[in-house]
Ligand binder design. Structure first.
Ligand code: AMP
Ligand code: ZN
Ligand code: ZN
Length: 417
């Protein structure tokens, strides 16, 4: 755990930044805070599974979206970084969990040195916005939070450790919340991986996934109870999101690239369900023609012609050819098939974000959030704008907008008497 010497927050500057509509001047102003919680791979409809009791309790006090539409590709690193920057991957630069940069080389989400390297991470994450405007931020695991982006890290952050007990994560968040108001972090991020792990291994509808839902839901329950015990319900906005959903995989739905391509002529930087392909001799047309229209469940695009809805053309880390498997289909090659045991029938994600199965949970409640409302699907690119609004900080320029998520905000008219 990293920490910095406490400092006095400049309250005058803060109040100048506050959205006045979020405050009632009849009572002493409280500094609004945001706790952003990610349940990896928590598909939107999991909220209705029996185990999600605390999540429904939170939704009853606040808002629930039918689903939140993730960024493309719907993978952990690109989508988490979109949530905190308000930028699409073609603008924030984390275009996949595995990617190649002409200067920086290879990035893998499992490579500690790469995730610490600020040159991979563009844009301004909300913790940087907060820290550079006189308040503090704390993250308990979030892609990007270990790099000094623009020279700034959260005042507190943790090095990623997959098996760190959930209870320890919640405990630490409650310690941050219990700090004196003028030094406590205004923004806290928390991450839990159980639902992604179980979804991949057993599939989205498996009983093991229900057990994972129960585990992350009880972590949320502990956090909500802790916030209440600290008397902070009217100061803390709790936002629960996921990075993407999950769909069933099958050993019958596999696209083998060698059936169409000589694998010696291409670099496949990332495989499935979005294959990032770079022809070694630069002959894009040859590789494109070899793949396009050849498999009924593989959509093949040249860079620059990827559908506009994917927002996936502009960055130098996007390969000349992008091939996207239809829902439930996976992309592989013979070498990988020979090396690995046949894929277990579990779950996967990464597909078209517009698919209902890729839809992520969004549930939030707190002093700045509308009460008892269910809202239609919206894109995760707007969550940064929402958080900046709730915190009263000046937002950086993004691909999102507060106007797209007004329905989530508590206005005088929508607040309870
Ligand atoms: P995905 O299959 O795209 O959902 O990737 C999920 C995996 O990303 C998790 O199982 C973790 O191993 C990894 N992961 C999630 N957050 C982080 C992080 N902050 N740092 C490193 N790895 C992470
Ligand atoms: Zn994920
Ligand atoms: Zn996953």
């Amino acid at each position: 755990m990293m920490s910095r010497t406490p400092r006095i927050t400049c309250l005058a500057a803060l109040f100048a930044l506050f959205p006045l509509s979020a405050l009632s001047w009849a009572t002493p102003p409280v500094l609004p805070r945001v706790v952003l919680i990610s349940f990896d791979g928590f598909r939107a409809d999991y909220v209705d599974r029996p185990a999600a009791v605390h999540l429904r309790r939170l939704a009853a006090r606040g808002v629930r979206a039918d689903r939140m539409i993730p960024a493309f590709p719907s993978k952990t690193f690109p989508t988490h970084y979109t949530l905190v920057t308000g930028l699409t991957p073609e603008h924030h630069g984390i275009v996949a969990n595995v990617m190649r940069d002409p200067e920086l080389g290879l990035f893998r989400s499992s490579d500690t040195l790469a995730i610490w390297e600020p040159r991979w991470w563009s844009g301004e994450p909300i913790w940087v916005t907060v820290e550079t405007q006189g308040r503090r931020a704390a993250t308990y695991f979030w892609p990007g939070s270990e790099a000094a982006i623009g020279g700034v890290r959260p005042s507190w952050y943790e090095r990623y450790e997959h098996t760190r007990p959930n209870a320890q994560r919640v405990q630490r968040a409650l310690e941050w919340l219990a700090m004196p108001a003028d030094s406590a972090p205004a923004f806290i991020a928390l991450y839990f991986s159980d639902t992604d792990d179980a979804g991949h291994r057993y599939g989205p509808t498996a009983p093991e996934t229900d057990a994972a839902i129960a585990r992350v839901d009880s972590a949320l329950g502990a956090l909500m109870d802790g916030v209440d015990r600290l008397g902070l319900r009217e100061a803390v906005n709790i936002i629960v999101v996921a990075d993407h959903g999950m769909t069933e995989s099958s050993r019958e739905r596999v696209i083998v690239l060698d059936d169409y391509l000589d694998m010696g002529t291409v670099d496949v930087v990332d495989y499935t369900p979005v294959a990032a392909i770079a022809p070694r001799d630069g002959n894009v047309e040859r590789v494109y023609q070899a793949l396009v229209g050849r498999h009924p469940h593989l959509q093949v695009y040249k860079k620059g012609s990827v559908p506009a809805a994917y927002h996936f053309n502009a960055h130098s880390r996007i390969t000349p050819i992008v091939a996207v498997a239809d829902e439930g289909w996976a992309i592989t090659d013979r070498a990988a098939l020979a090396l690995r045991a046949p894929p277990v029938v579990g779950g996967q994600h990464g597909h078209d974000p517009a698919l209902v199965s890729m839809g992520a949970v969004f549930v939030a409640a707190g002093p700045g959030i509308a009460q008892g409302r269910r809202v239609p699907p919206f894109r995760s690119v707007h969550v940064y704008s929402l958080m900046a609004y709730l915190l009263g900080v000046r937002p950086a320029a993004t691909d999102g907008s507060i106007d797209s998520v007004r329905a989530l905000i508590r206005t005088r008219a929508s607040s309870s008497p």
